[in-house]
Ligand binder design. Structure first.
Ligand code: PXL
Length: 281
């Protein structure tokens, strides 16, 4: 069985970061080792959330694993708390990286042209430093524009996305993938770039007219979970985009109208079935 290490916060209530990565990646048949960077009462879009920073625990935990001789097939980082924490996470990556390890970075820090409340531009540039050492990164357009200092646009042509992908590759990562990319009316999905081959890849499906918190983390978890199951990046992106869209659609039709997060618990059987189909194809 493959083993992945995921490093991000625990927002106890709110369906994001570790509370979606752990169930989804486990359901995909991959052992999911967690390194919580902080414990929050809720994610930071609620008002009045509490935070207990766990930065001082990260290295002792990692050193213990090292002593136990544990290795990881992939390291997946998500929302991190502070600039110092990004440095500590880089140290952990250095401790466990082998030529076979996939370092997958979701620089979760903003959306819709704005950074989340806890972050500023210096933090975004620090995150660019983490992206520099990653094999694959999955920022949205907001995060990419803060990291590359390119203008943020809501309306754009494909050339804008290609340019942004090239700028992300210039940071140092060989495979940037932009999420939340809409290349035609009513569509959304992801577009990536293999720097070495100079090739772009893209997947678009129907846009569901609703936005829920935590869907970026669902998309990232299913993408890396798919790759750990032997899917190509293109296959994994398709599975992640289709699963995220299906889950948003199910949530939208829930008569009880959930007020935070999506009903991913209800759609996990679909994910497992579709994963098996993708593995056979
Ligand atoms: O889903 C991203 C995320 C993760 N963790 C925390 C957050 C957010 C987004 O706001 O606040 C704590």
């Amino acid at each position: 069985m493959k083993r992945i290490l995921t490093i991000q916060d625990i927002s106890c209530l709110g369906k994001c970061s570790l509370t979606v990565a752990l169930p989804l990646i486990s359901a995909m048949g991959v052992e999911t080792v967690i390194l919580p960077t902080a414990v929050l009462s809720t994610h930071t879009m609620f008002t009045g959330f509490t935070v207990k920073d766990l930065s001082d625990q990260i290295l002792p935990i990692a050193e213990h694993w090292k002593m136990e001789g544990v290795g990881f097939d992939a390291i997946y980082t998500g929302y991190l708390g502070t600039e110092e924490e990004i440095e500590t996470v880089k140290t952990v990556i250095g401790m466990f990286r082998t030529p076979e390890t996939i370092v997958f970075v979701d620089p979760a820090m903003g959306d819709n042209g704005k950074l989340y409340p806890a972050f500023d531009e210096a933090y975004a540039l620090k995150n660019a430093g983490l992206c520099r050492i990653a094999d694959v990164i999955v920022p949205n357009i907001t995060e990419a524009s803060f990291m590359t200092q390119a203008p943020y646009r809501e309306e754009y042509e494909e050339d804008y996305i290609r340019d942004l992908l090239k700028k992300l590759a210039e940071l140092g990562t060989p495979t940037p993938i932009l999420t939340g990319v809409s290349l035609s009316e009513g569509k959304t999905g992801a577009m990536g770039y293999h720097k070495d081959r100079g090739e772009y890849f893209v997947y678009q499906n129907d846009r569901i007219p609703a936005a829920y918190h935590g869907t970026g983390d669902i998309f990232s978890s299913v993408t890396i979970g798919g790759v750990m199951n032997g899917l190509s990046w293109t296959q994994a992106l398709k599975l992640a985009a289709d699963y995220t869209a299906y889950t948003i659609d199910v949530t939208l039709h829930n008569e009880k109208k959930p007020w935070y997060g999506v009903d991913f618990e209800a759609t996990m059987p679909w994910l497992v079935k579709e994963l098996e189909k993708a593995k056979q194809s």
